[in-house]
Design a protein around this ligand. Structure first.
Ligand SMILES: NC(=O)c1ccc[n+]([C@@H]2O[C@H](COP(=O)([O-])OP(=O)(O)OC[C@H]3O[C@@H](n4cnc5c(N)ncnc54)[C@H](O)[C@@H]3O)[C@@H](O)[C@H]2O)c1
Length: 344
């Protein structure tokens, strides 16, 4: 049976990669994208879809805020989706810190926005599958070991940054609706790949190198993230749509072996691009008051559904670098704005 999927935040990094993956691999399905186009959203990320005759006719875009109740309810009634994949969020930890006004923006979108989507589905009797895209950051810093899904404390528990706290609350909120909706929570680790805003570590580093500038590593660069390729996340969400169990949360991670520090990420990029390590990696003071040292998730639960991540990180980094090489027009215009965040 062809499916209709409402994607929120589909002009952002993971959302756009998910839409491209879905429309190409599900030739009968329809995707509706609701995105406010904040600084992180870009319609050009979806040019592969809008320039493809077949995909274009199965794709519809609404520009708007997930907090706009009337708009959300109009879309739900008119389009009647079978599934919602909810990506839309404020996502950059650095932007969530500092002034309370910053944190409020995160609360408004990540908590109130999620609440409006969930509540609207219930009020309109839409018994659909709702995939809440959460994050591994809801477990807080994990110095060693791997957290199972059941080990998440409530939203007011361990998450550190305002970003992580709002995502943790939204995660709880979504699960609290699983008596009325077919809710599944997905908790992916640090994604990388094409179409990410150049303010985030990997694209910032790659685009710096393309502009002849060194990569900036905060502190000593010993922090560890579990680097997951964005198409693997899209496949994991597909697995959850098809085989996930209502009311359950699933960790999605690559479980990098060996684990990789931020400093090693920089070294790998410089090596792939054939540049000089001493000249092209610079260590700068860490602008964050607190920087989580490591996150770690146990991924056995989703693996039992048949999903496995790709393992060749060097090959996937090369693929990512190639995208930035071929799409300079897209990221160059965003780079100036992104750098203001670090230089102001
Ligand atoms: N990027 C990662 O490594 C990562 C890891 C784990 C989880 N996540 C989660 O995945 C989801 C997507 O992350 P991303 O990195 O693609 O984010 P992103 O910042 O690249 O994109 C967010 C998108 O949401 C849209 N948006 C923001 N506020 C909105 C609103 N009020 N109404 C409608 N649209 C709005 C933006 O315009 C943008 O297109 C988020 O929920 C994030 O918490 C991301």
């Amino acid at each position: 049976m062809p499916k209709k999927i409402l994607v929120t935040g589909g002009c952002g990094f993971i959302g756009s990669n998910f839409i491209i993956y879905w429309l190409k691999n599900h030739p009968l399905d329809i995707v509706i994208n609701l995105d406010k186009i904040t600084y992180a959203g870009n319609k050009k990320y979806l040019s592969e879809i809008t320039k493809n005759k077949d995909c274009k006719k199965r794709y519809k875009f609404f520009k708007g805020n997930i907090r706009n109740v009337k708009l959300v309810q109009r879309i739900l009634n008119k389009e009647n989706p079978d599934i919602i994949v909810h990506f839309a969020a404020e996502t950059h930890v650095t932007r969530s810190e500092g002034a309370a006004e910053n944190a409020k923006r995160f609360f408004d979108t990540n908590v109130a926005g999620t609440f409006i989507l969930l509540e609207s589905c219930v009020q309109l009797n839409k018994h659909l599958r709702f995939i809440q895209i959460s994050t591994d950051e809801v477990y807080g810093e994990v110095k060693d070991g791997f957290r199972k899904e059941s080990e998440k404390k409530s939203g007011f528990g361990k998450a550190t940054s305002p970003y992580a706290k709002t995502k943790a609350i939204a995660d709880d909120l979504a699960l609290s609706y699983s008596d009325k909706l077919d809710v599944i929570v997905a908790r992916p680790t640090n994604n990388f790949g094409p179409r990410q805003n150049p303010e985030k570590l990997l694209p910032r580093s790659i685009t710096n190198l393309f502009l002849g500038k060194p990569i900036e590593i905060w502190g000593e660069g010993n922090e560890i993230r579990d680097w997951l390729y964005v198409e693997d996340t899209a496949r994991a969400i597909e697995t959850l749509i098809e085989k996930g169990k209502t009311g359950e949360a699933y960790n999605i991670g690559a479980n990098n072996k060996p684990e990789i520090t931020n400093k090693e990420i920089a070294e790998l990029l410089v090596e792939i691009m054939n540049l000089n390590k001493e000249k092209m990696i610079k260590f700068v003071p860490n602008p964050r008051k607190h920087h989580d040292f490591r996150y770690g998730v146990d991924t056995e639960k989703i693996k039992k559904l048949g999903w496995v991540p790709s393992y060749n990180i060097k090959e996937l980094f090369t693929k990512t670098i190639d995208w930035y090489k071929e799409n300079k027009k897209i990221w160059l215009s965003l780079k100036k704005e992104a750098e203001k965040l670090y230089n102001d």
